[in-house]
Design a binder for this molecule. Structure first.
Ligand SMILES: O=C(O)C[C@H](Nc1ncnc2c1ncn2[C@@H]1O[C@H](COP(=O)(O)O)[C@@H](O)[C@H]1O)C(=O)O
Length: 463
């Protein structure tokens, strides 16, 4: 008898699944409920292999149990759990049903359920990170580096509080995200590498395994080594939860960087700004009622996904608490944690796809820059006047900006007609005057810092 386990409840397994089926299929190899059972079976197999190495059972028994672990299907376990009402006992029963009487005692020998579950959890997150999460993050990082380099000299007005500040380049604006995403890639890698397992028994004191081994901690290390894992420094019935808390924090803080980038790009697509655009396909519709609309919906989607998954960090913090040597109040909540990583990878994938097709309107950037009529030289002008000894340069320039607004004349035009200020103008070096005459040159080290950041992250991440 088969159960219908596909209820189509989550947009992740239908709507967003459809956005990139191969990627979601790949993620399911680590994060589906079936995958969890397959990972648990891997841990059970590693356990019996080490029991044989240690001479507790024969190699033939280890081979028999390992073979059974390869063959058990998740569906069998679900059906068995309907009887046992205990998920790991169901798994153990399914393995035992497939082996000889002589082999049965060595299935799950000396371990508690969570030895198997927490080790499987560490393994699935670690492998998924190595095989999918990091490659996807690195693909986006490489794309951002390429955009930053390509646009390193594209003039853009810097904006603070939504108001024109001083010039930068669009490449420099993108380099911010090269750096922030780069640091999150490192953090995801470090925290994934540090996910750990346990084979320390029901309360973590090796009560059962120490009946058979003089060095139960070494036994634990050997079993986990078979899986490429390290033991938790401390465990009771469960692995110290902080390893996973740190990993999910790394994922969600990276998600925050994506959301910030998506938000910036979305804002630059406002009708009044119009500096970048999401490519629209010939058949694509912007709005169901306003045919002219070309909405930045993919960027809005990324922010929306972040809003859904970011607060789930709170669940991880709540899951830090388990009574005495453990309770089960982190069990059901912990089963949803993989969704966070799936949602994150889906957002990385979408952002990569739309950023690849980002259209940059250089002339619109220049026009927007010119809107404030060279007002951006107010800062260098006041600093240069101050450097030449003007006693109240900030106030003098502030008044000049008011006059500029009233008369429509540029600051530079006004400056040379001011008796009080003209002598300072004459003392400026050609380079300093050049910046005041060509405000677009007042972009400091925007280009060089862009190059510096791209080089730095390329080298650190070996892209
Ligand atoms: O090795 C052991 O089993 C030790 C035992 N603790 C348990 N350890 C692991 N799983 C246990 C435990 N207790 C229950 N269950 C089973 O957990 C499942 C909980 O289901 P859900 O809430 O959906 O996550 C659900 O299948 C439960 O049956 C103890 O008494 O300390």
């Amino acid at each position: 008898m088969e159960r219908d386990i596909f209820l189509n409840l989550s947009p992740l397994d239908h709507r967003y699944y459809a956005s990139n089926e191969p990627l979601f299929n790949q993620l399911a190899e680590y994060f589906s409920e079936n995958a969890y059972i397959r990972y648990e079976l891997k841990v059970e197999a590693a356990l019996v292999r080490v029991l044989a190495k240690r001479g507790l059972c024969s190699q033939a028994i280890a081979a028999e149990v390992s073979q059974a672990c390869n063959e058990v299907e998740p569906e069998e376990v679900y059906l068995e759990e309907e009887k046992t009402k205990h998920n790991i006992r169901a798994l153990v029963n399914c393995i035992q049903h497939r082996v000889s009487e002589a082999a049965r005692p060595y299935v799950h020998f000396t371990t508690t359920s969570v030895d198997i579950m927490d080790s499987a959890t560490a393994l699935r997150f670690k492998e998924a990170t190595e095989k999918v999460v990091l490659p996807k993050m690195l693909e986006l990082e490489a794309l951002l580096i390429a955009i930053a380099r390509r646009e390193k000299g594209t003039l853009q007005v810097g904006r603070t509080h939504g108001q024109h500040a001083v010039p930068i380049t669009f490449g420099f604006a993108m380099a911010e995200y090269v750096s922030r995403l780069g640091s999150r890639i490192e953090c995801v890698k470090q925290t994934a590498d540090n996910l750990r397992g346990k084979i320390s028994g029901a309360v973590g004191a090796y009560n059962a395994s120490s009946l058979f081994f003089d060095d139960p901690m070494e036994f634990e290390t050997e079993v986990l080594w078979e899986l490429g894992l390290q033991p938790a420094i401390y465990s009771n019935q469960i692995v110290e939860p902080e390893y996973l808390t740190d990993y999910i924090h790394a994922i969600l803080s990276a998600f925050g960087v994506l959301a910030n980038l998506a938000d910036d790009i979305r804002n630059l697509q406002r009708t009044e700004i119009g500096e970048v655009g999401e490519v629209f396909e010939a058949t694509q519709v912007g709005s169901s009622t306003m045919p002219h609309k070309r909405n930045p919906w993919n960027f809005e989607h990324v922010k929306s996904m972040w809003k859904e998954f970011m607060p789930r960090m709170v669940t991880l913090y709540a899951d830090q608490i388990s009574e005495h040597q453990r309770d089960l109040t982190n069990s059901a909540s912990g089963r949803f944690v993989p969704e966070i990583v799936v949602g994150f990878v889906a957002a990385v994938d979408r952002l990569t796809r739309v950023m690849k097709k980002l259209v940059v309107d250089e002339s619109r950037m220049k026009r927007n820059f010119e809107m404030t009529k060279e007002m951006v030289i107010a800062e260098p002008l006041y600093i240069l006047l101050a450097s030449l000894g003007h006693p109240d340069a900030h106030e003098a320039v502030r008044k000049l900006t008011l006059k500029s607004q009233q008369t429509g004349k540029t600051l530079r035009e006004l400056l040379v007609t001011q008796e009080e200020l003209f002598p300072y103008w004459e003392r400026l070096t050609p380079k300093q005057r050049g910046v005041l005459e060509h405000p677009e040159q007042y972009r400091g080290w925007a280009e060089r810092k862009t190059e510096y950041l791209c080089d730095l992250w390329e080298k650190r991440l070996m892209i």
